[in-house]
Design a binder for this molecule. Structure first.
Ligand code: A3P
Length: 341
């Protein structure tokens, strides 16, 4: 049984990267009684997964999520970029930042000082739970100039109440589960010590199909936001990585319209959409020194967030049979939702 009220939160740790990938028994944080009351499974990361209100969360992320739920006050001008890990967050974070701040960096002089040239998109659109509330119990977010841009992997049902109550906007980016799975598998391998080698993909596939992935079940995460986007289209925009690949121009204009900052005739004539897409392209971002050899403020290597950036890369790592296994779960889970992935 899950206790309805989590206990008071322990003081935050100053070293987020260190905390993030710890095994539960090595975590310096408190609330062990609360953690141990939650169902436990071995995760893909060294840290195990705990089931909290229907979702599997890495143990270390529970504290920042609960802290965020307690403290975060959404502003109507806020924009939250929501994803399941490895859905293309980095790409859309870059686009979102460039789009919302386009007036500031429109002339050639300010283009040369564009923050995307020197910072990883994750530092420009910081994650509520992976960054801000992991570092500090109550970060001073009121000082940030509007519109504030935040990222999160939180399932819809775990969002802070103020996010659901306010008129802030949620942009959800979803990715085909097979590519999402393979991308996550690669990412996890980067976190493993070299001498341990790769974690067997079959082992991860079993877990993924049982819903055991960070913030999984993957499908429940997607469905929560898909439903919200149908019920509140003015609040939640549902996008896919694949649509972005096929027709980025249309999707970026759709995003701008949704955010209430549509491109004007002059901007369209001047190639503003193309400029943003060029700046945020895989080729451009991966050519920047910051993304080749820099680190995020949370400690990860920037280049961990860029791999191939292709649709259908799963087929290079999984057999047709493995792919069918994911397809089977997708069909079952999405049945009746009207959503096709
Ligand atoms: P692959 O591992 O399939 O290459 P996230 O940003 O949510 O962590 O997702 C990472 C995935 O997005 C990786 O996918 C990465 O290569 C891809 N990606 C990062 N930047 C991109 C960009 N500018 N365009 C397209 N894909 C990008």
């Amino acid at each position: 049984m899950q206790p309805s009220q989590p206990p008071p939160l322990p003081p935050p740790s100053p070293s987020p990267l260190y905390l993030k990938y710890l095994r539960e028994e090595d975590m310096p944080q408190a609330f062990p009684d609360f953690l141990s009351s939650l169902p436990l499974e071995e995760g893909w990361f060294p840290t195990s997964l705990r089931s909290y209100q229907g979702f599997w969360l890495p143990s270390w992320i529970l504290k920042p999520i609960l802290t965020c739920q307690n403290h975060f006050q959404a502003d109507p001008s806020d924009v939250l970029l929501v994803t399941s890990p490895k859905s293309g967050t980095t790409w859309l974070a870059a686009i979102l930042f460039a789009l919302v701040n386009r007036a500031k960096y429109s002339d050639s002089c300010s283009q040369r000082s564009h923050p995307l040239l020197t910072q990883n998109p994750h530092d420009l659109v910081p994650s509520l739970e992976f960054n801000l509330y992991l570092k500090e119990e109550n970060p001073n977010l009121a000082a940030l100039a509007p519109p504030r841009l935040f990222g999160t992997h939180m399932p819809y049902s775990l969002l802070p109440q103020s996010v659901r109550d306010s008129n802030c906007k949620l942009v959800y980016l979803c990715r085909n589960p097979k590519d999402n799975f393979v991308s996550l598998w690669h990412f996890v391998n980067k976190l493993r010590p070299e001498e341990k080698g790769q974690i067997p993909i079959q082992e991860c596939l079993d877990k993924f199909c049982r819903g055991l992935s960070p913030c999984g079940p993957y499908w429940d995460h997607v469905l929560g936001y898909h439903k919200a986007s149908l019920e509140m289209p003015e609040k939640v925009l549902f996008m896919t990585y694949e649509q972005m690949k096929v027709d980025p121009h249309v999707q970026v204009r759709r995003l701008a319209d949704f955010l209430g900052c549509p491109f004007g005739e002059e901007e369209l004539r001047d190639g503003m959409v193309e400029g943003i897409l060029r700046m945020c392209s895989f080729e451009n971002l991966t050519a920047l020194e910051v993304n080749k050899s820099g680190k995020l403020s949370t400690g990860e290597d920037s280049n961990w967030y860029f791999r191939r950036g292709e649709v259908g890369d799963w087929a290079n790592y999984m057999s047709a049979e493995m792919g069918e296994r994911i397809d089977g779960v997708t069909e079952e889970k999405l049945h009746g939702s009207g959503l096709k992935l």
